[in-house]
Write a protein that binds this ligand. Structure first.
Ligand SMILES: Cc1cc2nc3c(=O)[nH]c(=O)nc-3n(C[C@H](O)[C@H](O)[C@H](O)COP(=O)(O)OP(=O)(O)OC[C@H]3O[C@@H](n4cnc5c(N)ncnc54)[C@H](O)[C@@H]3O)c2cc1C
Length: 431
């Protein structure tokens, strides 16, 4: 099997995939491990019987507080409950700080979390903290881990990631223009950011900021990342940006860092390593979004099918209409396709690392967000007017899916990555 690909420009990853693909002997196994299966049962039980029934309380507590970013007491109760069940930090493969699950084991669990907007935070598996914890775990010094990673792992604080800027096309990370300048034993941060998700949470205590530390270095060595505690003088939140009219749960903030002085030991990794850390952060972050989106799509399909059986129009249940059956079937097919590609990407991350899986991660980021927007949209249509109200979770799930076509890199950038790889194989045909 390997010999078949040696004549082309197949990468080491492709060779390996083909070498152990089912057609070559069948050792790819996507069935869950006994531990993942057990955790999956427990998680499903927790989400269905504890988190979902608590959702109206969460909504009421936020509403009564009069602040969309209020942290309601019920969330702390859910967190304590999840932790007592061992459903905590499931995303982190590390056995000391996390649950020690592989990406493939985590995939079906994360899918279950995607069924509920509250479940990720309740289990300390919510973005953007998960990505931030991952890079603190991977690149943080003992001091940084002690001050920031530990309280994040405990669920005591929250964090945000400040890369995107209003005045430059931030889908190209090398455009980031904020400054992080060395001054003695400090760095001075001057940055104007936006879409800093979670910054408006009263529990958000630290931002990971990306900026230029050496404008003369190579494009990919110009940037650094630095930890900026929220109580640093010069840091402020300008406003939160409503997304499709919604502003909640820590929001997406426009943030200013004006001459913020930060101790030099708060640089994450090495100076000039910002671009590489951004790449490292996005691998797991992207695939986790995909896993949650599959869960959201699966739940929408469940709601669609139940509603189609119950609702009678023109003398028969909607489920008896051919067009409805078509939509149900298309949705099932799309979910299955997306799930298989997500699991392949997860398996590659486990076997050849996030770098070796980057094309599959790029592909699934496009596929999962498109799939979820179309499946959830069909469910909204089937629900009639009710579908566009907040009486059902469909609007929130659709909004999440639609924004993921932009967040963590727009579709076009991932398509560009994949197309370049494909076309490179045929460079020899150029005149
Ligand atoms: C809900 C939400 C949450 C977010 N959370 C965060 C966060 O926590 N932290 C953070 O730093 N950022 C966050 N972002 C920002 C997000 O990562 C950026 O919006 C994204 O990277 C695109 O950057 P941009 O908005 O500057 O768009 P631009 O770079 O201006 O791009 C605009 C459009 O140009 C097109 N385009 C770009 N490149 C190409 C190409 N090569 N080929 C063809 N077309 C192209 C795409 O259609 C793209 O959407 C979030 C965004 C959203 C919507």
């Amino acid at each position: 099997m390997v010999a078949e690909v040696t004549g082309s420009r197949a990468s080491a990853t492709e060779v390996r995939v083909l070498a152990i693909a089912p057609s070559a002997g069948g050792i790819v196994d996507f069935s869950p491990s006994p531990r993942a299966e057990e955790l999956g049962d427990q998680l499903r039980q927790f989400v269905d019987t504890v988190v979902e029934p608590a959702t109206p309380t969460y909504v009421a507590q936020v509403r009564d507080a009069g602040d969309p970013h209020f942290h309601p007491p019920v969330m702390e109760e859910l967190k304590a409950d999840a932790r007592s069940r061992g459903l905590w930090n499931l995303f982190l493969p590390d056995t000391v700080h996390g649950a020690g699950l592989t990406n493939l084991e985590y995939a079906p669990l994360c899918e279950i979390l995607g069924r509920s907007p509250l479940a990720p935070e309740a289990t300390n598996c919510a973005a953007p903290d998960t990505g931030n914890m991952e890079i603190l775990h991977q690149f943080g010094t003992p001091l940084q881990q002690d001050q920031f990673l530990q309280p994040l792992l405990e669920g005591e604080i929250r964090s945000c990631f400040a890369m995107t800027e209003p005045w430059v096309a931030s889908s190209d990370a090398t455009n980031i223009s904020s400054r992080i300048e060395r001054d003695g034993d400090h760095y001075v941060v001057n940055a104007h950011k936006w879409f800093t998700s979670g910054a408006a949470s009263p529990r958000c205590r630290v931002a990971i900021v990306m900026g230029v530390s050496d404008p003369h270095a190579d494009r990919h060595r110009r940037h650094s990342m630095i930890l900026v505690p929220f109580d640093s003088p010069g840091f402020s939140i300008v406003r939160t940006l409503p997304v499709y009219g919604h502003d909640a749960g820590g929001g997406h903030a426009e943030t200013l860092f004006e001459d913020v002085r930060v101790p030099a030991e708060y640089v994450l990794g090495e100076e000039g390593g910002g671009f590489a850390i951004a790449q490292a952060r996005l691998g797991p972050g992207r695939i986790h979004h995909c896993m949650r989106l599959i869960g959201a799509a699966e739940r929408s399909l469940e709601l669609m099918c139940a509603r189609a059986q119950q609702r009678v129009a023109f003398g028969k249940p909607l489920a008896d209409q051919g067009v409805v059956q078509n939509n149900v079937a298309e949705s099932r097919i799309e979910i299955e396709q997306a799930r298989l590609l997500t699991m392949k990407a997860a398996w590659l991350m486990d076997t050849v690392g996030a770098k070796g899986a980057r094309f599959e991660i790029a592909a699934i980021k496009v596929v999962a967000a498109r799939m979820a927007t179309s499946v959830i949209d069909r469910a909204i249509q089937l629900f009639g007017g009710a579908g566009v109200t907040d009486d059902w979770p469909l609007v929130g799930m659709w909004t999440y899916a639609r924004t993921i076509r932009l967040a963590d890199g727009p579709d076009e950038v991932h398509l560009m990555t994949i197309a370049r790889r494909e076309l490179r194989k045929y460079e020899g045909f150029r005149p």
